[in-house]
Design a protein around this ligand. Structure first.
Ligand SMILES: [Zn+2]
Length: 143
């Protein structure tokens, strides 16, 4: 491919304020070690990440429910070439796990050697704070 003439811009660091009024309870619960989903009061469909409206029956009558931590890993990928914003991180593993409630969660998978990670294995979904103090969640080794 031909290289287009170009000059490099300054490196831009973007920090956005993400509106969380509809999901505030989710972030507050994470700080307390709980992972919440929303459940439609009308049809019972469970949403993770939490949703304010039900795409199944179009109702907007949701309740917050706490998820179990029991997950089965359905797929995973080991990320060696990290995106710019993750350059400071060591290579990491991202997985999709299915919780026993039936919802799928995309999260980092930690606490395993790469050779131990298998589709179908059990993992535990835990809430945690990043070193910068941001609430998040990840899969880790069950006790
Ligand atoms: Zn519904």
């Amino acid at each position: 491919m031909a290289v287009m003439p170009s000059i490099k811009s300054r490196e831009v660091k973007i920090v956005q304020d993400i509106p969380i009024s509809k999901t505030l309870q989710f972030w507050e619960a994470l700080k307390q070690g709980k992972i919440l989903a929303t459940k439609c009061r009308k049809c019972g469909k469970l949403y993770f990440p939490p949703a304010a409206d039900c795409s199944n029956c179009l109702a907007s009558d949701m309740e917050w429910v706490e998820l179990s931590s029991e997950a089965t890993i359905e797929t995973f990928t080991h990320v060696v070439v990290r995106p710019t914003t993750f350059q400071q991180e060591k290579p990491y593993t991202v997985a999709i796990g299915k919780l026993k409630e039936g919802v799928r969660v995309l999260a980092w998978l930690t606490g395993f050697k790469l050779s131990e990670v298998k589709v179908g294995m059990k993992a535990k979904l835990v809430a945690k704070l990043t070193p910068e103090g941001r609430p998040t969640y990840e899969f880790t080794r069950p006790e």
